[in-house]
Design a protein around this ligand. Structure first.
Ligand SMILES: Cc1cc2nc3c(=O)[nH]c(=O)nc-3n(C[C@H](O)[C@H](O)[C@H](O)COP(=O)(O)OP(=O)(O)OC[C@H]3O[C@@H](n4cnc5c(N)ncnc54)[C@H](O)[C@@H]3O)c2cc1C
Length: 389
C-alpha cells in the first residue's frame, strides 16, 4: 500500500522533554506533525551522567537522522569486560564483534550531550518549559495525538492506566558521575563484587562515566556529595586500578545517587484512545542492560512509522502496542533477572555466577546479544529512506 499523507497538518502534544519526549518530537516533527512538548522543569536540562548506546540505540538515532551528529559527540567503545574486584577478567567482548553482528557500533555518550543533540534537532519554539501537565489525556481534546513521555513516575500512567503496576524499589542503590580525566581507557567495564558493582565507561577522550551499585535498604541517602563520595571510597577504594584513582578524581558536587526503581511489569497496553505511553512511562526497567534510553529512541522511530500512513490514530497506536510491548516486557524481565543475579544472593551464589560468566564462550554471549541489540527499525522508517531527510 502506498502511504498517503493526511490532507491537514496533524498535531501532537508530548508530555515530557526527556530523551523519549524529544526523540518522539523529532520523529513526528520530521513527518510533518505540528508538535508541542510540555516540560515541567524550568529549563531543558538532563539529569544523569553517561549512557551506553548499543547498536540498536545507534540504529534508532540513525533512523532519526542523527547519524553524523551522534558519532561526532559520542565515544566509540572498543569492548566491554566483566571484572573481579582484583582486576582479573571474568569475560571480555570486542565491540567490533557486536558491531559486525548488529551492523552498528557501540557508543557511549554524556547524557547531557545526547539530550542537547536531540533538543537542537527538535529546534526552537517546540518545547514549552515550566509547563506541568496534570492530566495528559485532557490534551486529547485539542490534539490528534497525546504522547506521555513523563518518565518512570508518569502521572499519565498512574491516572489513565489505573490497573498498571506502580514502580517499586529493585533493592539496590546507584551512584553516578562523570570524571574529567584522561585515563586512556577505550573499553567499558563492570566489576562485580558481593552485592556491589562498579562500572567505568569512557564517554570521551578525557571523560569517563563511572557508576556504582550496592544492595541496601531504600532511602539511605546522605544528600551531600562529599559524604556519598566517602561511602564510595569505603566500598570500592581497595578495588583494582584505576578505580581508586578515578574516585580521587571525582568532583563530589557532581555525584548523583538514586535508589533504583523499576516497573515490575509493563502495562497491558501502551495506548488508551489517542494517548500513548513511551520511554520510561511505558517500560521503566532496572539499568542492568543499559537499554532504557535505547528503548525510548526505538519507541520514537516505531511510533512515527505506525502513524506514517495517515490512517486512524487509534489503529496506529494499537500497532505500536503490538510492536513494542513484547520487546519491552522481555527486556524489563531480563534486566530484573540480571539485577537479582548481581545484587542478590549469598557469597556462594556469587561464586557460581562468576564461574558461569567466566566459562561462557564469547560466541554464546554474542548470540545472547541478539535479543537485546538485534532490533532493526521497521522497513521504511530510516531517515535516509525518506524524501527530504
Ligand atoms: C543508573 C542508571 C543508569 C542508566 N544507564 C543507561 C544506559 O547506559 N543506557 C540507556 O539506554 N539507558 C540507561 N538508563 C535508563 C535511561 O536513563 C532512561 O530509560 C531514560 O532516560 C528514560 O527517558 P524518558 O524520557 O522516558 O524519561 P525521563 O528522562 O525521566 O524524562 C521524563 C521527563 O518528563 C518530565 N515530566 C514528568 N512529569 C511531567 C508533567 N506532569 N508535565 C510535564 N513534564 C513532565 C520530567 O521533568 C522529565 O524531563 C539508566 C538509568 C539509570 C537510573
Amino acid at each position: 500500500m502506498t502511504p498517503s499523507r493526511p490532507a491537514r497538518t496533524r498535531s501532537v502534544a508530548v508530555v515530557g522533554g526527556g530523551i523519549a519526549g524529544l526523540a518522539t518530537a523529532l520523529a513526528l516533527g520530521r513527518d510533518g506533525w505540528s508538535v508541542t512538548v510540555h516540560e515541567r522543569a524550568p529549563g531543558l536540562t538532563a539529569l544523569g551522567a553517561g549512557l551506553v548506546l548499543g547498536p540498536n540505540a545507534v540504529r534508532a538515532l540513525d533512523a532519526l537522522g542523527l547519524r553524523a551528529a551522534v558519532r561526532e559527540r559520542a565515544f566509540a567503545l572498543t569492548g566491554s569486560a566483566v571484572l573481579r574486584p582484583d582486576g582479573r577478567a571474568l569475560s571480555r567482548l570486542a565491540a567490533s564483534r557486536l558491531a559486525e553482528r548488529h551492523g552498528a557500533p557501540v557508543l557511549a555518550v554524556e547524557r547531557s550531550a545526547l539530550h542537547a543533540l536531540l533538543a537542537d534537532a527538535v529546534g526552537p519554539g517546540v518545547v514549552r518549559c515550566g509547563s506541568d501537565i496534570a492530566d495528559a489525556t485532557s490534551l486529547a481534546g485539542d490534539h490528534d495525538l497525546v504522547v506521555a513521555a513523563d518518565g518512570i513516575r508518569s502521572r499519565t500512567r498512574a491516572t489513565a492506566w489505573p490497573d498498571a503496576a506502580a514502580p517499586s524499589y529493585a533493592g539496590y542503590t546507584a551512584w553516578r558521575a562523570v570524571v574529567h580525566t584522561d585515563t586512556g581507557l577505550t573499553e567499558a567495564s563492570e566489576t562485580w563484587g558481593h552485592r556491589e558493582r562498579f562500572g567505568v565507561v569512557p564517554v570521551g577522550d578525557d571523560a569517563v562515566y563511572v557508576f556504582a551499585t550496592a544492595t541496601v535498604p531504600a532511602g539511605r541517602h546522605a544528600h551531600d556529595g562529599a559524604t556519598e563520595l566517602a561511602e564510595l571510597r569505603r566500598r570500592f577504594g581497595a578495588w583494582h586500578a584505576p578505580l581508586p584513582a578515578l574516585l580521587d578524581a571525582v568532583d563530589p558536587t557532581t555525584v548523583l545517587r538514586h535508589d533504583v526503581d523499576a516497573l515490575p511489569r509493563v502495562p497491558a497496553s501502551f495506548h488508551r484512545g489517542r494517548t500513548v505511553l513511551v520511554g520510561d512511562a511505558a517500560h521503566a526497567m532496572e539499568p542492568n542492560l543499559g537499554q532504557g534510553a535505547g528503548l525510548a529512541l526505538e519507541d520514537a522511530v516505531v511510533l512515527a512509522h505506525v502513524l506514517a500512513d495517515g490512517g486512524r490514530v487509534e489503529d496506529a497506536l494499537a500497532r505500536f502496542t503490538a510492536l513494542r510491548r513484547p520487546r519491552a516486557s522481555s527486556l524489563v524481565a531480563l534486566s530484573a533477572r540480571l539485577g537479582r543475579l548481581t545484587q542478590g544472593g549469598g557469597r556462594a551464589t556469587g561464586a557460581a555466577r562468576d564461574a558461569v560468566v567466566r566459562l561462557t564462550p564469547a560466541g554464546l554471549a554474542l548470540r545472547g546479544s541478539d535479543r537485546v541489540m538485534g532490533w532493526r527499525p521497521p522497513r521504511g522508517a530510516a531517515a535516509e529512506a525518506r524524501v527530504g531527510a
